[in-house]
Ligand binder design. Sequence first.
Ligand code: PHE
Length: 349
Amino acid sequence: MNAIEWKGKLSAIRDSFSVSITKEPAENPEALELHFLGRKGELALLLRDLKDIPLEERKPLGALGNTAKQEMEAKLAELKGATGAAGPAVKAGIDLTLPGWPFPKGSLHPLTHTMNRLAEGFLKLGFTMADGPLIEDDYHNFEALNFPPFHPARDMQDTFYVDAKDSGGKSLLLRTQTSGVQIRSMEKQDPPLRVFHTGRVFRSEAVDASHSFAFHQIEGLYVDKGVSMADLKWTVDTFIKDLFGSAVKTRFNPSYFPFVEPGAEVDMSCIFCKSAAGRCPVCKGTGWLEMLGAGVVHPNVLKACKYDPEKWSGFAFGAGIERFAMLLYGISDMRMLYENDLRILKQVQ
Ligand code: PHE
C-alpha cells in the first residue's frame, strides 16, 4: 500500500464512522468503539499497515491517523454521555429505551377498605379501637355475654372448637361474634368507656351467596351514666347516614340477643330501589335492608365485668362487614369477596 492509498482508506474509515455515529436511533457506542478503535478495529489495522510505507512518508500519515483517532474517541465519549452507555445496562446489551415490564400496583382488599371506612365513622364519633383474640374461650364468647351453658341461643352460633392441651382447662373455640370484645374491654377498663372493634368471626355454616364459615363483624360499646336506647338510635342513625347519605332512613325492630335488653335489629331504607319499589332484588321488595343487631347492655353483662348496673348503663351494636362491603361496592355474591379474582378486586381501589 502506498501513502495515497493509505490516506484514501483513512478518509473512508472516517466517513463510515461519521455515518455510524449520527445514526437514529443511536448505535451502541461500545460496539462502535470496538469496530473502529478496538485492537482489531478498522483504524488499528490501518495504523498497522503504516509499516509497509516508506519511513519518511510514515510520520505525517501517523499524525493524521492519530488526529482521526482522537476525534473518534471524543465523538464516542459524547455518545456515551447521551445514552448513559457507561452504565452496566448498556454493557449487558440492555436497551434502556424499551418500556419496562408492567408492575401492577397492589391495593387494599374491599373488606379492608370497608372496615377502614366503618372505623373512620366511629373514630369521628369519639369511639376508640379495641381488640380481642380470634381463638376465644367459651366464657368471653358466650357465658359472660349471658349465654349460660345449654342456652338455646348458642344453637344459632355453632362454631369450630379448638382442642388445645395448654388451654388451662378453658374450652376454646373460634369466636362466633365480635361481642366478646365488649367483655374484654370492660375487664380492662373502668367506665365510662366507648369502644369499637372490627375483625373476623367464624361459624359452622355452609357457604352460599350470603353465608360463609368465616366472615367479619364490627362491634361497638358505649357505657356511661344514663346511656339509653335514644343514644343508641342517634349513634346508629348518624353512622348509617354518614356512610350511605343523609336521605337514608333507619328503623328499629324488636329482637332478641341474650346480652342486650331491650334488643333490636336495625334496618336501613333500601338504597337501590328508590324508583322500582316492590321489585328490587336487593331488599326483595320490602324497601328495607337489615344492617345491625343492637340494644341496651343487659345488667348481667355489666355485672360479669364488675360494672355496677345501678350506676352505669350502656348500649352495644354489631354488624356484618360483608353486608356493608356488598352494598357500598355493589357486589351481589359474598363469595366474590373471598375468591380474590383480580377482576373484582381491581374495581375497588
Ligand atoms: N353479636 C350479635 C350477632 O353476631 C350482634 C349484636 C351485637 C347484637 C351487639 C346486639 C349487640 O348476631
